[in-house]
Design a protein around this ligand. Structure first.
Ligand code: SF4
Ligand code: SF4
Length: 312
């Protein structure tokens, strides 16, 4: 009997999502017994023509990680969509644009100049740039390019979440189309420090981790340290909090939130404890790089995207 066919593909990402597959460790053997991998360029020597030769919808599921930034990525994403019954956005960059999406704060021209000419470690006396046509002006999340059936969030996704998604597909026990694997509630609800988070949290200064000796049992926000748990989907088993690091929001927004950055800004604005404008500015100034912080993972898919001037 033929095994269900699975494809895996890597667009604009750091490679961490591919690692999350390897991090399945011995579980990968259990999964490998049940499936046939028909495309996985980072690990196996398949060619694009191998996918082109498959029947439409012959692949049971394609796991695509990374944001879409080039012609080639868009072309292969479309090909996999055509050949697959299900497409899963694997990891935060495919889900929301991810860190790669922060490139949307700049024009393509500025990025190329910076990367290929101005970075101190670059030696490029003739100022040669790669061909522009292949790179898109804007980074997109996967669902901004093709129809996506499910999302596995995380930067990178925890291997167990990935295993759950694969087994759900194989057992035909899937949630409604469009679901994000993970918790429906915000991270705070399952955080072991929740009891130390006051309901009426008031903050008059944001501190950075290196500035204070912080308590590993008390809610970060209660210590004035920015933690994005209040407006981030749970389901990662609080892996950063358990390592005594605040959440940075990689699981994206919960189901009922359209724009994670806007939700975070609103949540933090309600915590700031002053009506004095000068003091307010001082408190806001103690948040380093607010745009990069609140939109770190979701700029490309946010309501802001395309609605601001490029920095020059
Ligand atoms: S703000 Fe952070 S540390 Fe505090 S309860 Fe929420 S997730 Fe936990
Ligand atoms: S704690 Fe936050 S940043 Fe860390 S893995 Fe979980 S969702 Fe991502």
């Amino acid at each position: 009997m033929q095994k269900p066919k699975i494809a895996l593909y890597w667009c604009s990402s750091c490679g961490g999502c591919e690692e999350s597959i390897i991090d399945l460790a011995e579980d990968i053997l259990e999964i490998a017994e049940k499936i046939e991998i028909v495309f996985w360029p980072v690990a196996l020597d398949f060619k694009y023509k191998d996918v082109e030769m498959l029947e439409d919808k012959e692949i049971i599921a394609s796991f695509i990680n990374g944001a879409i930034w080039t012609d080639e990525q868009e072309q292969i994403a479309r090909l996999l969509r055509k050949k697959s019954r299900l497409v899963i956005a694997h990891g935060t960059c495919a889900h929301l644009g991810g860190v790669v999406g922060l490139a949307n704060f700049y024009s393509r021209k500025d990025i190329f100049n910076r990367v290929y000419k101005q970075v101190p470690s670059v030696k490029n006396p003739q100022g040669i740039l790669p061909g522009h046509s292949n790179f898109h002006e804007r980074v997109k999340s996967l669902s901004q390019v093709i129809d996506v059936d499910y999302y596995v969030p995380g930067c990178p996704p925890p291997p167990m979440l990935l295993k759950d998604a694969i087994l759900s597909i194989l057992q035909k026990d899937l949630p409604p189309k469009g679901s994000v694997f993970g918790d429906k509630r915000a991270l705070c609800y399952t955080c072991s420090r929740l009891e130390t988070k006051p309901d009426d949290l008031k903050i008059n200064e944001f501190k950075r981790l290196y500035e204070i000796e912080y308590d590993s049992k008390i809610c970060f926000l209660n210590q004035g340290i920015i933690c994005l748990g209040p407006a981030t989907r749970g389901g990662c088993k609080e892996r950063c909090i358990k390592a005594n690091m605040p959440c940075r929001g990689c699981f994206g927004p919960t189901d009922n939130v359209k724009d994670q950055g806007a939700k975070l800004i609103s949540a933090f604005a309600s915590m700031i404890d002053t009506n004095n404008e000068l003091e307010l500015n001082k408190i806001v100034d103690s948040i380093p790089d607010p745009a990069g912080l609140f939109y770190r993972y979701s700029l490309a898919s946010s309501i802001l995207n395309g609605k601001f001037e490029y920095k020059t």
